[in-house]
Design a protein around this ligand. Structure first.
Ligand code: DQA
Length: 149
């Protein structure tokens, strides 16, 4: 099975960007941890990051063509709170996904407490820094392999 991990804007700056909120790990560090876990679980990882909304939509649409993609982790970053286009793309491809955030978006500014993706996600993991990705990864694989909703 393949799991795609889609990372949105400014996540390429993790490690230097507001470390008190997002931690000191870089996106490459998190990618390495996810890939190590994936190897243990016998899963292939497709890892992406983009700063552009249209490119994010293209990445989501592309999941359909990648035959064996069983699910996705989605940290749409700032687009989480605004992007109906990304929501529409996720609805279109019908790939099960877990919404991931490093910070607890529900304990932050009012505009970040709203996610336009959350209600169509299998679930959300937020607030555990880079560990959010690992928790979400395990949960997604369990969900996909058990066939539950
Ligand atoms: C984030 C939370 C978003 O509100 C913010 O815009 C980000 C990162 C997180 O992982 O905590 O860029 O998605």
């Amino acid at each position: 099975m393949r799991i795609a991990v889609l990372n949105g804007p400014n996540l390429n700056l993790l490690g230097v960007r507001e470390p008190e909120l997002y931690g000191s790990e870089s996106l490459e560090d998190i990618e390495a941890s996810v890939r190590a876990k994936a190897e243990l679980r016998g899963v292939e990882v497709l890892w992406y990051q983009t700063n552009h909304e249209g490119e994010f939509v293209d990445l989501v649409q592309g999941l359909r063509g990648k035959g064996q993609v069983g699910g996705a982790l989605v940290n749409a970053a700032g687009f989480t709170h605004t992007s109906i286009a990304i929501r529409d793309a996720l609805l279109a491809v019908q790939v099960p996904f877990v919404e991931v955030h490093l910070s607890n978006i529900f304990a932050r500014e009012p505009e970040r407490r709203v996610s336009v993706l959350a209600d169509i996600a299998v679930g959300i993991v937020a607030g555990f820094g880079g560990q959010s990705y690992l928790l979400a990864f395990d949960a997604l694989i369990d969900h996909v392999t058990s066939g539950d909703r």
